[in-house]
Design a protein around this ligand. Structure first.
Ligand code: SF4
Length: 266
């Protein structure tokens, strides 16, 4: 399906939870967040229904995000359900990888194609500082398990303050080269002020070629990350909400006054 700016919309990013087992400084407030009520979170079946409708309109690429998607109960079953949709030829997931050593093999068996891992430094102390207490050794175990399970490619999402020349970013580049991983640099974004830029090594943040729609954990279809428009799939139904999301997709992002990365999934 094409939007008003002749962009082909074929990519659905699905946030399956607002919960996370880390507290990254640029994403979550220290004391955590007011979590969505359980009944407000879409069930696996509701998520599947939205994805199925989206494939009817030409979506062939689906990514699961969060919060941290691996803390969502039944995430492997959801991957299995989505992998049954023949129209989807690219099924991926973005994770902080701290639980990946448990999930890598089952996710591959369920039909996951590839994975992105959030990692901003290889320095254990800095990692603990950025994530407010995370243990980087679990991430390294997760990467190993993902490679062993055959996930390919494995991309590292590295958040940088200003540039990929920063010390941690350079070390991440070297780490990725040594471990046959791909790297993408994401400049810190601010939804409220509308600060964002193109992802280095990826396609995000390139409004003129934007192909994505997002589904939030509580069932809102969002035409754009940097915009307040959202359409409720429970109120409108998946089909109507999807059509509205494409119809109201802006030419480019501006600001998002009410959203949060942990419910939209970046
Ligand atoms: S800001 Fe909006 S239009 Fe631009 S790339 Fe992001 S989602 Fe697409």
């Amino acid at each position: 399906m094409y939007d008003h700016f002749n962009r082909r919309i074929n990519y659905l990013r699905i946030s399956v939870t607002d919960r996370c087992n880390l507290r990254c400084r640029y994403c979550m407030p220290e004391h955590g967040v007011e979590l969505l009520r359980h009944q407000d979170i879409l069930s696996l079946e509701e998520i599947f229904e939205v994805a199925k409708v989206a494939t009817d309109f030409g979506v062939d690429k689906v990514r699961l995000t969060g919060g941290e998607p691996l803390v969502r109960k039944g995430v492997t079953r959801l991957i299995k359900m989505l992998s049954q949709l023949e129209a989807i030829n690219d099924l991926s997931l973005t994770t902080n990888a701290t639980l990946l050593f448990q999930f890598a093999q089952p996710l591959v068996e369920a039909g996951l194609h590839r994975i992105n891992i959030s990692l901003d430094t290889i320095n254990p102390e800095k990692y603990k500082e950025i994530t407010r207490g995370g243990d980087i050794s679990t991430v390294f175990l997760g990467i190993e398990a993902a490679q062993k399970a055959g996930l390919n490619p494995i991309k590292i999402n590295c958040v940088v303050k200003n540039s990929s020349d920063e010390e941690d970013a350079v070390q991440i580049s070297n780490f990725c080269r040594q471990h046959q991983l791909q790297v993408r640099f994401i400049h810190q974004m601010n939804l409220k002020t509308g600060e964002f830029s193109k992802v280095e090594g990826g396609s995000g943040g390139d409004c003129s070629h934007c192909n994505r729609i997002r589904l939030t954990a509580n069932g809102k279809l969002k035409p754009c990350l940097f915009n307040d428009f959202e359409f409720d799939v429970r109120k409108l139904g998946a089909k109507e909400a999807f059509l509205k999301a494409v119809e109201f997709k802006p030419q480019n992002g501006t600001t998002n006054k009410h959203g949060h990365f942990y419910t939209i999934g970046g």
